[in-house]
Design a binder for this molecule. Structure first.
Ligand code: NDP
Length: 471
């Protein structure tokens, strides 16, 4: 049983004041594997004070020096990849493909940001004005449990590139992963106070950060409900806010798609990270005349998506992170039936042979009405809604009839037609025929999927303020 009792403040591990502890679990066995001590407001204030002191120094460093810091961070994280992956398997339970991707990406995100920083236009002439992009002030990041390393490293990389110090509050459910990552980040030897990490609950530590007058910017990833609360709290002191929230992406299968490839892609995009992903394409839009064939192919395709613990390299869907998330997913599966949808695969029963652990059977709902809750709300598990449409116009209408707008998908044969459909979708990203992720492109959503963009130049600018000098 491991006990996490320290925060990382002012360049050192420091004890959290006596306070409440939260249990940490292995979601594949439901066994408690540790505890984390939760910070109170004083702990948060100490971290913000350290970051404020460090801001004076980091904001004055030349970009080349910060690029060098980013490269050191990349090395420090990369050499610890195996340990990070092992801890993520134990505490989060994701399948190997996602764990390996996360551990690799945590190191490479610093190099991507170093490249962005080195080619960034810090000074710009606009007419008679000299415009200088300046660091925004002390930043705070609040991150969730579904990709702990990636969110922490992405937000930290952007802060360093911009020349700001940062206080990060990760999810308390990821405390072991945070500890391993922080030990790695410490080895990069950043100036004291540039990076501070506080363990704590959202209600106490998160809320203290969003209300703190010395924080100029909040970068948050998580639920839309919490995003809304953060936006309201941040408004008091006019903090700049980047919110990366939920999604309910549509995957439009056009009638000229190669169905074998399209169905494989639909399952991959729907079940990414065991369905615990804001970018998952959880509404599958199918031409009415192809529905019987696509339904059969989807059900058959589930054979390629075994559920199991991270320790089994064959498993492609892991447990839900917590009992709360498991119960939430189960309740949506129940709700779908009550709302009149038909379960064509999966359901509420636990997967065969997995009596312990927060495992869910991958579930396909057919005959889904896009107005029902299972089609509108983020379920955050391996549950897909299959929805029928009449023609391209109808597909676009249904895809856009959503409160969210993070990532949509188009699968089709004719490139011009897929582009035409993609151009009409209301989302921050559209992926055509399973195209690969581009790490330097802006990432974020429209509508209730959030505000602002992360990564690359667009992400960097959200940590900066333009200052105009007129001569
Ligand atoms: P939350 O949005 O509540 O949690 C995300 C982070 O915000 C955590 O660090 C949490 O702290 C913190 N937080 C919670 N309340 C506050 C607050 N008032 N002020 C500041 N910070 C706060 O997500 P949940 O874990 O409750 O998951 C619920 C649902 O959210 C999921 O089912 C999914 O739909 C969605 N979600 C979306 C994610 C995404 O990638 N966009 C990621 C995670 C969840 P702590 O938990 O430690 O208390």
């Amino acid at each position: 049983m491991r006990q996490i009792t320290q925060n990382y403040v002012d360049g050192a591990f420091q004890p959290v004041s006596d306070g409440e502890e939260a249990p940490l679990f292995n979601p594949a066995t439901e066994e408690q594997i540790g505890t984390v001590r939760l910070s109170n407001v004083n702990d948060v204030n100490a971290a913000v004070a350290a970051a404020k002191r460090a801001f004076t120094r980091i904001s004055g460093t030349p970009p080349a020096e910060r690029a060098e810091m980013l490269r050191r961070l990349s090395v420090a994280v990369s050499v610890n990849g195996d340990r990070m992956a092992e801890t993520m398997r134990e505490e989060y339970g994701a399948p190997s493909s996602f764990v390996d991707f996360s551990a690799r990406r945590a190191g490479s995100v610093f190099l991507d940001m170093a490249a962005t920083l080195e080619s960034f236009a810090w000074q710009r002439r606009i007419g008679s004005a000299e415009v200088e992009m300046r660091p925004i002030g002390v930043a705070a990041a609040i991150t969730p449990w579904n990709s702990n390393y990636g969110f922490i490293c992405g937000k930290l990389a952007t802060a360093i590139a911009a020349g700001t110090s940062i206080v990060i509050k990760p999810s308390e459910m990821s405390a072991l992963q945070t500890q391993v990552l922080t030990e790695a980040l410490h080895k990069a030897g950043l100036p004291a106070g540039v990076l501070n990490i506080v363990n704590g609950s959202g209600a106490v530590a998160g809320a203290a950060l969003t209300a703190h007058p010395d924080i100029a910017k909040i970068s948050f990833t998580g639920s839309t409900v919490t995003g809304r609360a953060i936006l309201q709290s941040a408004a008091e002191t006019m903090k700049r806010v980047t919110l990366e929230l939920g999604g309910k992406g549509a995957q439009i299968i056009l009638d000229d798609a190669d169905l074998e490839a399209a169905v494989a892609q639909v399952l991959a995009s729907g079940f990414i990270n065991s369905g615990q992903a804001c970018i998952a394409g959880t509404r599958v839009l199918v031409p009415a005349r192809l529905m019987p064939e696509v339904r059969d192919r989807l059900v058959a395709g589930l054979a390629d998506w075994p559920v199991g613990p991270a320790s089994d390299p064959a498993s492609r869907i892991g447990p839900m992170v917590s009992r709360k998330q498991w119960e939430r997913v189960q309740s949506y599966i129940r709700l779908g039936t009550q709302e009149g949808a038909t379960i064509i695969a999966g359901g509420e029963v636990r997967p065969a042979g997995l009596d312990r652990g927060w495992f869910v059977r991958p579930t396909l709902f057919a005959d889904v009405d896009n107005a029902t809750r299972i089609a509108r709300e983020e379920i955050f598990g391996p549950v897909l809604c299959v929805i029928s449409y009449d023609n391209d116009e109808d597909a676009v209408r249904i895809a856009n009839d959503a409160d969210y707008g993070l990532q949509n998908f188009v699968l089709g044969g004719d490139p011009e037609r897929t582009w035409r459909v993609a151009a009409r979708l209301e989302s921050g990203r559209v992926t055509i025929n399973g195209a690969a992720h581009e790490p330097l492109a802006p990432f974020g959503g429209c509508k209730q999927s959030g505000i602002g963009r992360e990564f690359g130049v667009f992400g960097l600018e959200t940590f900066l303020e333009p200052q105009v000098v007129l001569t």
